[in-house]
Design a protein around this ligand. Structure first.
Ligand SMILES: *Cc1c(COP(=O)(O)O)cnc(C)c1O
Length: 449
């Protein structure tokens, strides 16, 4: 075989390749050192597998671009959520309303009064008015914030039940997503698990009969991502609260953060648990509440204050980005303005908008699409088994569905769709209104329209 006439005598040097215009956009998005690594890797793999003279500039550039693009795909980037799962843990759970984001820009891009009292200049509390806002939302005396809800559960077990027993229903030994297992968290926290009841039935007596001198807590856990069907019974929390000895804390891991939203009839809002006599309730900030990633604990003042003094709080405390976003969200939620609605509430109560967007998209794609009724779920470990009506645009293209899904992910603004009945569907429930134009343009150009 004759050597490629356009090939290299010797491969170019790393420094020389870094000057190539094709790499400039990657350097600005990935940094020079990361692109340098890609260049080194590509050159060394070519040296091992090919002769320089067999490689053209074009092929070399292709390898470099391929390597850089693979890395760029790992960078955090916005995507369009066309899965129909509104709070999707793999897609970042709740998008923050741009109005909230803008409102907290100043406090985050300058210094702020995070731990200083403006009244007297002395050391202040990190949580600002978040505690009062949470109290108002949940009916609890006091609220506090940690980095996520797994930290909430750990903290309340570690502070209030370390070296003691915690009673949990067998039906609530849950695992959520990537390895959040109540028994594991219990073990780490130094508390001992006492299981009561059966998978489908746990009564108030089951809890009360298990109490010993060493019992510190009864922990009820919301079944976030599964439903036990059929002959089931869970204990009435009012009765447990009423009959529990003073010394035993009644804590509820409510999970979703549902409060005053009216759309989820089968889910118990946290204020209900507080009213029913729970001492502490914890939940995530980025599920139905619709805020940033956070764990929120609300309940009796004396207990919350104890939790705040736990040495692990130094590791669990959020920064000002989280506090300022939560403050902004909660103020608007309490004032019932639209920006105070989480994405779940917006989607479930905005079904007309979903249908409209689906119709518009289907119309723009003509015979390449079909409008199909669909369902949405809130997801992210909330409202298991509750489906709400939605609309999907099904793509009619002559390509394997997996290929289409992958093409959608490779678009400039990546689109995450789903396969239903072997067809790719774009469920419009979680496609934000402002994303419709770019989604339409991308699909039209994909379909050659
Ligand atoms: C989601 C969830 C968790 C975990 O919360 P993170 O904020 O993801 O740490 C714990 N318990 C319940 C009941 C949940 O729904």
């Amino acid at each position: 075989m004759s050597p490629n006439p356009k090939g290299f005598v010797r491969l170019p040097q790393v420094e020389q390749l870094l000057q190539e215009p094709v790499l400039a956009p990657y350097i600005s998005q990935l940094s020079r050192p990361l692109v340098t690594d890609v260049v080194r890797r590509v050159l060394s793999s070519i040296r091992q597998n090919a002769v320089a003279s067999d490689i053209t500039t074009e092929v070399l550039h292709q390898h470099l671009v391929y390597g850089c693009q693979a890395l760029l795909n790992q960078r955090h980037t916005r995507v369009i959520n066309a899965t129909g799962t509104v709070v999707h843990t793999n897609l970042g759970r709740s998008p923050i309303d741009p109005a909230l984001w803008d409102a907290v820009a100043a406090v985050n891009t300058g210094y702020c009064n995070l731990e200083i009292k403006l009244s007297d200049g002395k050391r202040g509390q990190r949580k600002g008015i978040v505690s009062q806002l949470l109290a108002s939302l949940t009916g609890a005396e006091e609220g506090m914030v940690v980095n996520n809800n797994a930290a909430s559960v750990y903290l309340l077990l570690n502070e209030l039940a370390r070296g003691k027993e915690v009673i949990v229903s067998r039906g609530e030994q849950i695992q959520i997503g990537g390895g959040f297992r109540i028994p594991d968290i219990l073990a780490l926290s130094g508390a001992t698990l006492v299981e009561v009841g059966t998978t489908n039935i746990t009564t108030a007596d089951d809890y009360l009969n298990a109490i010993t001198d060493n019992t510190a807590m009864v922990l009820m856990v919301h079944c976030s991502n599964f439903v036990v069907r059929g002959f089931t019974e869970s204990a009435d929390i009012r009765e447990v609260a009423r009959r529990l000895p003073e010394s035993v804390v009644l804590a509820v891991d409510q999970g979703s953060g549902l409060s005053t939203e009216k759309f989820a009839a089968n889910e118990t809002p946290m204020n209900h648990y507080i009213r029913a006599g729970a001492d502490l309730v914890c939940f995530s900030g980025d599920k139905i509440l619709g805020g940033p990633q956070a764990g929120i604990i609300c309940g009796r003042r004396e207990l919350v204050q104890k939790l705040e003094k736990n040495p692990m709080m130094r590791a669990f405390r959020p920064g000002r980005m989280v506090y300022s976003l939560l403050e902004e969200l909660l103020v608007r939620k309490l004032n019932r303005t639209p920006e105070g609605q989480g994405v779940a509430e917006k989607s479930v109560t905005g079904q007309e908008g979903i249908e409209q967007r689906a119709q518009q998209l289907a119309a723009a794609l003509g015979s390449f699409s079909r409008l199909v009724p669909a369902q949405m779920v809130v997801g992210g470990g909330t409202l298991p088994d509750e489906f709400f009506p939605s609309w999907s645009v099904e793509l009619q293209v002559n390509k394997p569905s997996e290929q289409v899904l992958s093409d959608l992910r490779a678009m400039p603004l990546p689109v995450i769709g789903v396969i239903r009945n072997d067809r790719v569907q774009l469920n419009m429930a979680a496609v934000l209104p402002r994303e419709l134009p770019v989604l339409t343009d991308q699909l039209r150009s994909y379909l050659g329209l």
